[in-house]
Structure formats: C-alpha cells, structure tokens
Write a protein that binds this ligand. Structure first.
Ligand SMILES: [Zn+2]
Length: 68
C-alpha cells in the first residue's frame, strides 16, 4: 500500500534541478499542489481507489515533513 505513493515521485523527475534539499516539494511539483491533495482526499471516499489515495496522502505527509 505504501509503495503506491512512490509513483508520485515521478513528478520529482521533471524538476530542475532534480534534487534540491532546500526546496519544498509541496506546492512545487504538479502532483504535490494543494488542488492535487484535495483530489486525493476526495479519492478516499471511493473504496476501489482508497488504498492508492492513502499511499498518495502519506507521500504528501512525508514530503511535507521534509520541508520542516
Ligand atoms: Zn513527493
């Protein structure tokens, strides 16, 4: 289940530079914007994709913690 969130790291690959420790992923990458996060929350209400939604949200939380 947690591995599903790793899919979201694909959009990290489109970032330039590829890795910047001072950059916060949240709000920077397309799949890490607040509208995208809102979509993941909505997906939680759909049983078929709920496990993916949890994986995505946990990924957001981990990226957010990295920003602190
Ligand atoms: Zn990420």
């Amino acid at each position: 289940m947690l591995a599903t969130g790793i899919i979201l790291d694909v959009d990290h690959l489109f970032a330039v530079p590829l890795y910047d420790p001072d950059r916060c992923s949240i709000g920077f990458h397309f799949l890490h914007t607040y509208p995208a996060i809102a979509v993941y929350v909505i997906l939680l209400s759909i049983p078929k994709v709920r496990t993916f939604a949890w994986g995505f949200l946990i990924h957001m939380v981990l990226d957010y913690i990295a920003c602190l």
